[in-house]
Design a protein around this ligand. Structure first.
Ligand code: SF4
Length: 199
């Protein structure tokens, strides 16, 4: 079943279960703070475009998310950028969602900045907590294997391991879910996760 092109603003929260950690983190911050800074909006907004959220629905999604803002403020400060990401303003370039390489190497660390790759930016304890929150039956050695990949700076392999640990097979005796390709793009993570639970 194909997702792309079929996603409405109100579908996004239901699909969060398939988001990679970088996008889950931005979605969580957005819900909590009703705002994201520019880099976070670009990273998350283009990802949402990639999962099939069309422009009109993207405008609705962000308008609902920025609940504390009035219409005028939203229109002036944000709607232009959203349309720009969809090639409807300025140079009319049709922007693609960011891949892991770009996200991992993006500069982060400023106050209130939440974009970037969590496997690079989160502490080992936070990674431990995130994976346990997704799969309560994960073993200590599995968690430590993931943390080892993080501390060795193998962020893509860590993300692939995270996918495997958070998508356990329905029959445990069949062994862990093994990816045939490493995660190199957040939208690839999403597609694989969506397929995993719909096949
Ligand atoms: Fe996101 Fe890629 Fe980092 Fe995974 S490795 S969390 S998909 S940026």
């Amino acid at each position: 079943q194909k997702v792309a092109g079929q996603v409405d603003a109100q579908d996004v929260p239901k699909l969060e279960v398939h988001f990679p950690l970088c996008m889950k983190n931005l979605a969580t911050v957005l819900k909590k703070e009703h705002h994201l800074k520019h880099d976070g909006r670009m990273q998350f907004g283009l990802f949402l475009k990639g999962i099939g959220l069309p422009l009109e629905q993207a405008l609705e999604y962000w308008r609902m998310a920025f609940i504390k803002m009035n219409d005028e403020e939203f229109k002036k400060g944000y709607a232009y950028n959203i349309r720009h990401n969809y090639g409807q303003e300025g140079n009319r370039k049709n922007y693609s969602p960011y891949g892991c390489e770009k996200i991992i190497h993006s500069s982060t660390g400023g106050a209130g900045q939440h974009h970037g790759c969590p496997f690079k930016n989160f502490s080992p304890d936070r990674i431990r907590a995130e994976v346990r929150a997704q799969n309560a039956t994960v073993t200590n050695s599995e968690v430590e294997e993931l943390v080892g990949l993080v501390t060795a700076k193998h962020y893509n392999i860590a993300c692939s391991k995270y996918f495997e640990l958070t998508h356990p097979p329905s029959a445990p005796q069949s062994g862990p879910t093994a990816l045939t390709e490493p995660i190199t793009h957040p939208n690839q993570f999403f597609e694989l996760s969506y397929k995993f639970s719909h096949t």
